[in-house]
Every structure is written in C-alpha cells, then in structure tokens.
Design a protein around this ligand. Sequence first.
Ligand code: G1P
Length: 291
Amino acid sequence: MQVRKAVIPVAGLGTRFLPATKVIPKEMLTVVDRPTIQYIVEEVVASGIKEVVLVTASGKSAIEDHFDYSFELETFLSQKGKLDLLKEVRHISRLIEVVSVRQKEPLGLGHAVKVTEPVIGDEAFVVVLGDDLVESEVPCVFQMLKVFERVKEAVVAVQQVPANEIHRYGIVEGEEVEKGVYRVERLIEKPEPGTVRSNLAVIGRYVLRPEIYGCLDRTLPGVGGEIQLTDALDILRRDRELYAYEFQGRRFDAGDKFGYLQATVNYALDHPELGGIFKRYLMDLVKGLDA
Ligand code: G1P
C-alpha cells in the first residue's frame, strides 16, 4: 500500500502561545528563518510525499498562501534582480500540492483526521502534527515509512519521556518485537499518573491505513471531551496489529514556549550561515553568566 498523502492538522487555536497567535496562526511562527509549518512540509517532501492535506479552520489562510504561487512577489524580486530570494520563494511554492479541508468545529485530533476521509479515501497516509518538530539525519516520516513497508500495518512514532511528563501524551504499552519497534497492546491518551506501565509517548507522526476511519466513527469523546486519535487507535489495535516505532532524532514541542525556544536555539546552531556566529554568541553569553 503506497503512501502518497500527508495530513497536517492546522485548525488548532494555539492558545498555549497567546498573545502571539491571536492573529498569526501558530504554524506561521518563525524558527530562525522559516515558519514551523515549512519544516514539517520539508520533512514530508524529503520523505517522498508531495500531496498535503491541510485540515484548517478560519484565520489560517496564511498557511495556504505561504505554499502558494505569489505573482506579485516573484515579479518584484525578478525585476529587482534579487535572484537568491526569488529562488527561495519559488522553492516554497513548488514544494507540494495542497488540498485544504475545513474542520468546522474544534472536536479534537481524531475528528480532524476524520474530516479528511473524502480526500484520502481508500489509501494509507501519514499524519504529521505541526507542533512536533523533529531534527534528524533521516527524516522521521521516512523512517516510519520504512517500518510501514515491512509491517504493512499502522505505525505511530514514540519516544521515551520522563515519568512526570507522561500525563501530557498518548502513551503506548506494548512488546518490543525488534529493536525500537513495539507491537502495541494498549494506548491511553494523557493517563493519570501511576495508571500505565510504560513511558513511551506518542509523538506527532502516524502512518495510518484507511481502516482508521471506521475506528474514528466508533470513538466516543475522550480526554477534554474531544474525539482522540489515540482512542481510535486503541480500537484499531483490537482488530489489527498496530506498531510503535522509537524514531532516531531530537523532537521539539514547538507549540510550547520553552520547547519553541529550544527549537530556535538548536536550529540556529545547525544553520549553515548563522550556526558559527550564533555559537560564539552563546558561548560569550554563558561566560558572562558565570561571571
Ligand atoms: C496530541 C495527541 C497525543 C500526542 C501528542 C504529541 O496531543 O493527542 O496523543 O502524544 O499530540 O505531541 P496534544 O499535544 O495535541 O494535546
């Protein structure tokens, strides 16, 4: 089952980042020199996927515009001879084909995935959450597609988290069947402390098969009164095998203020032009703090 499409839910209000996100979609906040959504899209493209389904809501049109062709801007840059910038802007508009689907009510991540059924149909697809930036040598989605090719069943990305953070995630209990690959026995969304026997947290990358839609139909509102994708996956694993994959790479929660700062510092240090000068700046700064 070939994977050609990526679903990126972007309908959330970004309340963790107010007031910055009052007018600007949280996905358009910049990490170093590009909006966070562009990192997500570049990961998807580097994994061989060119079709993106954005699940949007009102006030999010800047995201669609960002990946669209801008006649005025490209004409202006070309007339002014600003060819490097023109190349950069063209690169963005040629990255992907975008289809947008509206999530008319904020009923949760599971609901956001459910509204993509008419455009996904009977295919396998990936879901990538915009808050989770993953810096890795091999793109995280690519790593997951490799696992999917072998197991041919849905795969969720996981990483180990400290015990005091377990309540913030979907948690996977399962049996390790090969290094870093687990057969899922149970999924619990944002469990109460002490109620799970695992610290494997679901990170925002999923490879799903179309059977998930039927499971979403059977999913009742869960944590926060929302239709949770985690709960639908817990229904799925009763009928079919489901796998969790501990990916290689560093993940940042860019939807959170501290996580966003960490992402900014790390991506700046790895930036081809800014990395060196930024590192020296940080070292001077740290020396100053010691004094
Ligand atoms: C969502 C999922 C959760 C997952 C998390 C990863 O939660 O519901 O299972 O662990 O993303 O970032 P949210 O962060 O939207 O509350």
